[in-house]
Design a protein around this ligand. Structure first.
Ligand SMILES: C[C@H](CCC(=O)O)[C@H]1CC[C@H]2[C@@H]3CC[C@@H]4C[C@H](O[C@@H]5O[C@H](CO)[C@@H](O)[C@H](O)[C@H]5O)CC[C@]4(C)[C@H]3CC[C@]12C
Length: 851
């Protein structure tokens, strides 16, 4: 252990420029995981058992019909939550082409090739194996895995985890192996093409593994790295028969890449995988086309042992029989001089260019087919591209991350959180597809015709993007939650946020007249009304974009936050991008949804009222009358309507909303301000005075758009500061010893608000948004303290790396692993950048150049 600790003190990347401050990374030792359980405190997912029987009945009946009769995936499966496994590391792959997650122990363990559908299975044959040879003899051959499986028993398993260390800083990860007794150090650097503002390479379904070898001996050593992979993802489909493998070599612009393509021939969404390595002077690439991964593995092991290379037969393998599984291996070898250094470059590509969702109605072409073949034969070209471009990708990743990593004023945990939480943009069941070339305006706009001038140009140029609310909550672009997460998109891939907004705008003007029963309360209503923002754009088990509102817990036409969140995002996006055409296009849509929202101001006091049910993102927390959350969002949206009207020169609308704002501000203060903070709601119920951690959500967006002072001040600055201080004192410091972030609701007495499932939860994404608001308001230390609690709880205490949940309670219960909302941490970064830009330049030192 001490040895590993010593190794941890050194930067893991040995090649120039590829190290990173290890303190910023997520870094467990192999073989020793963080534990979320202790004898007294097992952590459990929130599930059907947590809901009173009377309440869960309607859900159960719906679930039974869906899963047992229709044989479909439910959008949320409360009866079989994904079990918590504290194993995940940095996922592989760019945006929207599918993802393959590796664990921090190196295993290939989480698969999302069919869009939005996850399969959690470690495929044991998927491994890296090292072979060392000295003076023509193999002296060491080891699978770089701590496992000791029942299959492939002729392989040398059980690598001692104390001799390895894992670091992750998304989209890269490093594993350092100090080969025991060999005086050789291997560092595997895993790189995925996730590059801000890049809309081409960021779409590629590839990952590269760069193996740096350091030979600490006084004699040369020959090093081989073998990469073995099963044909499939560990599902029963792997045994369906008809799969086959073929070796390939792809040469272009003087670089040759060789490997094996594994053809996975399923009736729906067939795909191929490719394992490969780059040939160069001194590096030899060999392969093993097909072996049985359920057997002893002797043939492969012995082949490698013999000379550090694989046999490399020509020709394809026979298709598998039903019940048979097949795997392949590729091997890269080089000689590393005494006290010298060598590099081997391997890659994994997967190619599922044409996809169907569950309904199988429409064929979708993934974004990367714009640059590579859509015929299912692109894996060799993708491999070549990845192996010849990764250096460029890394340069761009470093340029992007460096200023943040090198900022000594930022704590290391924040750097890890900021970059590592980004995993969800790719590993959120993400799909990025092309608009079909023959697609006409009618196809995209729906029957109502949205009249958006830039709709087709934007979607044609940047495609359509969707990501799930959570790996367990299978709804695409859940809008009340995306509101929080959207900061990551607008700051890093703004065109994807713009494209997503166009998709939402189209759905606003359209309707779905079908009737259905809702789970909460059991009322029947239309699926989608005109002029309201949908909850989501559909589910992967059906036909997203085509049929929206997969969520049927509530009729969200009556939700108070969705329309407002559209307006707030439109102005925020415009403010950050200065895209006037976007603003012009969105303006009529904003007017329509605000008009529709006005009906919720029943008493005409300039402020909307909640309806006495859970009619907003806290969908199990009832709100009645004026409320801090929705009332605050409303005033912020009204303020932004005024600002947009001003920019667009629409005097009439400007006057209309200015008048509402005046009235509404007065009502908000009168009905909700209690001298210290804004009350949860104005109902006068027992929990009316609950202190809601998210009470300043409107101010959060206003501040992010610099609309929080002077003529645009909506909430008095002193009230905002007092509310945030109260939240910090009560919801943060007064909860779990101040170490777990902010509880959603706290009673002024100092006891958590247990009136609903969600008031007693901590929502990680809300906490990051709250921290951003605190930073915007100058409560910087408080902001960092608040956010740190969540990071430490999720990534360190609960071992939920790369699966940050939506929520956890103080004890025992968490909810919805791998969730969208925590991407809101990027709003902290925006707030920090704003502060830095506003800060006066430090006084110049004598002789030092002025910045
Ligand atoms: C069906 C039950 C009530 C029946 C009745 O009253 O007759 C429901 C009671 C509690 C519900 C569960 C509450 C937690 C989950 C909420 C989730 O919604 C998504 O979550 C986000 C909040 O975390 C929200 O912002 C987002 O918009 C939503 O998509 C849906 C699953 C729940 C487990 C939910 C399921 C129904 C109840 C059991």
């Amino acid at each position: 252990a001490t040895f590993v600790a010593q190794r941890a003190a050194a930067p893991p990347g040995r090649g120039p420029g590829h190290g990173h401050p290890q303190s910023a990374a997520h870094k467990p030792k192999l073989g020793r995981g963080t534990k979320a359980t202790s004898a007294s405190e097992p952590w459990q997912p929130y599930g059907a058992a947590d809901v009173p029987l009377a309440e869960v009945l309607r859900y159960f009946l719906w679930w039974y019909k869906k899963t047992r009769q229709e044989k479909k995936y439910p959008f949320i499966d409360l009866l079989s939550a994904v079990p918590l496994q504290q194993i995940y590391g940095c996922p592989l792959g760019g945006i929207g082409g599918g993802t393959i997650t590796r664990g921090w122990r190196g295993e290939f363990c989480r698969w999302q090739l069919n869009p939005g559908i996850y399969h959690y299975e470690t495929v044991i044959a998927d491994q890296f194996t090292v072979c060392l040879r000295r003076k023509g003899l193999t002296v060491y051959q080891q699978v770089l895995s701590v496992e000791r499986p029942r299959t492939l028993q002729d392989w040398n398993w059980g690598y001692c985890g104390h001799y390895a260390f894992y670091h992750a800083l998304y989209p890269r990860a490093w594993t350092v192996y100090e080969l025991p007794g060999q005086n050789v150090v291997l560092t595997c650097r895993q790189v995925s093409p996730v590059i801000p503002h890049d809309y081409q390479d960021s779409s590629l379904p590839v990952g590269v593994f760069i193996w740096e070898v350091e030979n600490g001996n006084d004699e040369d050593v020959e090093v081989s790295i073998m990469f073995s992979l099963q044909n499939g993802t560990g599902t029963k489909e792997d045994k369906r028969g008809g799969h086959w493998n073929e070796p390939f070599a792809f040469e272009k612009e003087g670089t040759r890449v060789a490997g094996v393509v594994l053809h996975h021939c399923t009736p729906v969404n067939p795909f191929s995988l490719a394992i490969s390595a780059r040939e160069k002077a001194g590096t030899r690439v060999s392969h093993f086309t097909a072996f049985n991964p359920t057997g002893s593995g002797k043939e492969v092991w012995q082949d490698l042992l013999q000379d550090g290379q694989l046999d490399s037969p020509a020709g394809e393998s026979a298709p598998t029989e039903k019940g048979e599984v097949v795997a392949a291996a590729v091997c890269a070898s080089c000689a590393v001089p005494a006290r010298g250094h060598g590099t081997l470059e391997l890659a994994l590509a997967w190619d599922m260019p044409r996809v169907h969702f569950g309904s199988k109605e429409k064929l979708h072409l993934r974004r990367y087919t714009r640059y590579f073949s859509s015929e299912g034969d692109a894996a060799p070209a993708l491999s070549h591209y990845a192996l010849t471009r990764y250096e460029e990708w890394e340069k761009k990743i470093e340029e992007w991350q460096k200023p943040i990593l090198e900022n000594s004023q930022l704590p290391p945990w924040y750097k890890s959180a900021l970059f590592n939480e980004l995993y969800f943009l790719t590993d959120g069941g993400t799909i990025w597809v092309e608009l079909p070339p023959d697609c006409c305006a009618e196809d995209v706009q729906g029957p109502a015709g949205a009249g958006l001038s830039q709709l087709l140009p934007v979607l044609r140029e940047y495609g359509r993007f969707a990501y799930l609310e959570g790996q367990e909550y299978r709804m695409y672009n859940t809008y009340d939650v995306h509101f929080y997460a959207s900061f990551a998109l607008i700051m890093l891939w703004p065109k994807l946020q713009i494209s997503l907004q166009y998709d939402i705008a189209v759905t606003v003007v359209n309707e779905d007249v079908q009737l259905r029963q809702y789970l909460m309360g059991g009322e029947t209503a239309q699926v989608k009304l005109k002029n309201v923002v949908p909850h989501d754009i559909g589910e992967p088990g059906d036909e997203p974009w085509q049929r929206v509102n997969a969520y049927l817990v509530h009729d969200t036409a009556n939700w108070k936050d969705l329309n407002l969140k559209f307006v707030l995002q439109v102005y925020r996006d415009y403010y950050l991008t200065q895209d006037s055409l976007y603003l012009q296009d969105m303006w009529p849509v904003c007017q329509a949804v605000m008009e529709s929202e006005l009906k919720f101001d029943k008493d005409n006091d300039g402020l909307i009222e909640n309806g006495g049910f859970a009619d907003q993102t806290y969908d199990a927390w009832v709100v009645t009358g004026a409320s801090a959350y929705c009332g605050g969002l409303w005033l912020a949206a009204v303020c932004m309507m005024c600002k947009m009207a001003e920019v667009l020169g629409d005097r009439e609308t400007m006057q209309k909303y200015s008048a509402i704002l005046q009235k509404g501000k007065e009502s908000f203060e009168r009905l909700l301000w209690n001298g210290k903070y804004y009350n949860y709601d104005s109902s006068g119920n027992v929990t009316s005075r609950s202190i809601m951690s998210d009470q300043c959500a409107g101010q959060w967006f206003l501040g992010a758009c610099d609309l929080d002072q002077g003529q645009f001040e909506v909430f008095p600055k002193s009230h905002v500061a007092s509310a945030l201080r109260t939240v910090f004192e009560k919801n943060v410091l007064g909860f779990a010893g101040g170490t777990m972030g902010a509880v959603n609701g706290m009673m002024p007495t100092g006891a958590a608000d247990t009136s609903s499932v969600q008031s007693k939860e901590v929502w990680v994404g809300v906490v990051y948004a709250l921290a951003a608001t605190m930073i915007q308001e100058g409560l910087v230390e408080e902001g960092f303290h608040t956010a740190e609690g969540c990071y430490r709880t999720v990534w360190e205490k609960l071992g939920m790396a790369f699966q940050t949940p939506e929520a956890y309670c103080e004890k025992k219960v968490y909810r919805s692993l791998a969730y969208m909302r925590p991407l809101s941490i990027w709003s902290m970064q925006l707030a920090l950048e704003r502060r830095a830009a506003r800060a006066p330049a430090p006084p110049a030192q004598a002789g030092a150049p002025r910045p």
